[in-house]
Design a binder for this molecule. Structure first.
Ligand SMILES: Cc1cc2nc3c(=O)[nH]c(=O)nc-3n(C[C@H](O)[C@H](O)[C@H](O)COP(=O)(O)O)c2cc1C
Length: 202
């Protein structure tokens, strides 16, 4: 059965968007989709004073929550972690009576300077992206959400503009397919990266 994921929220964190090449292009494309709400944490909370009630209300209205950010020291930028610690709390997102997000879908969209090969046991970074993203995966599962594979764009520092444009096109296409129900998220669950599907079919 096809799952229709109409409302997609992109929780975005980039502390220096003015210098961004890749994320900037990705969001430019994503924002053209009607079902996508773009939520830029560093723009909304430059002082990191997250409005927890407003964030929880916004989350409740969504079908899919996308965490989009550049990889910084093998993790997420500080404001996104702060947002998670404050918003995804016991009694609301998990624990006793904490089922506000249950049944929703979540994934991360991440850009890295390092190549895909560097994120392997034998590579320079020693761990795969899936391994490094284990805390996020477990947080999503703790909240009763379905975890989609990450959408990872590697090698951003040396990527030419054509490559960035192609990734942005695929990203937009994937969001559109998810939003209109043409793509069954259950089929995507088995992939290492979500974008592998778009590379093969995009
Ligand atoms: C403070 C900082 C930390 C970074 N840490 C990593 C890292 O741990 N691994 C990695 O592959 N790239 C790392 N990078 C590279 C960024 O992930 C890369 O520049 C970014 O994804 C490019 O996206 P953008 O064009 O949207 O800024 C880091 C960059 C900065 C500025």
């Amino acid at each position: 059965m096809t799952v229709v994921l109409r409302k997609i929220l992109i929780v975005f964190a980039h502390p220096a968007l003015e210098k961004s090449r890749v994320n900037r292009k990705l969001i430019e494309m994503a924002e053209t989709i009607e079902e996508v709400t773009f939520h830029d944490l560093y723009e909304i909370y430059p002082e990191m004073d997250v409005d927890v009630k407003a964030e929880q209300k916004l989350l409740k209205e969504q079908d899919v929550i996308v965490f989009q950010y550049p990889f910084f020291l093998f993790g997420m930028p500080a404001l996104l972690k702060e947002w998670m610690d404050l918003v995804l709390v016991h009694g609301w997102a998990f624990g006793r009576n904490g089922d506000a997000l249950k049944g929703k879908w979540a994934c991360s969209v991440i850009t890295t300077g390092g190549s895909r090969a560097s994120y392997s046991k034998e590579g320079q970074n020693r761990f795969t992206m899936r391994e490094l993203l284990a805390p996020l995966e477990q947080t999503v599962r703790l909240c009763g959400m379905h975890y989609l594979p990450p959408y990872v764009i590697h090698g951003t520092n040396v990527m030419k503009q054509e490559g960035i444009n192609e990734h942005a096109r695929h990203y937009r296409a994937m969001l559109k397919l998810l939003a209109d129900g043409s793509l069954d998220p259950n089929v995507l669950k088995g992939l290492e990266y979500l974008n592998d599907f778009m590379m093969d079919n995009g």
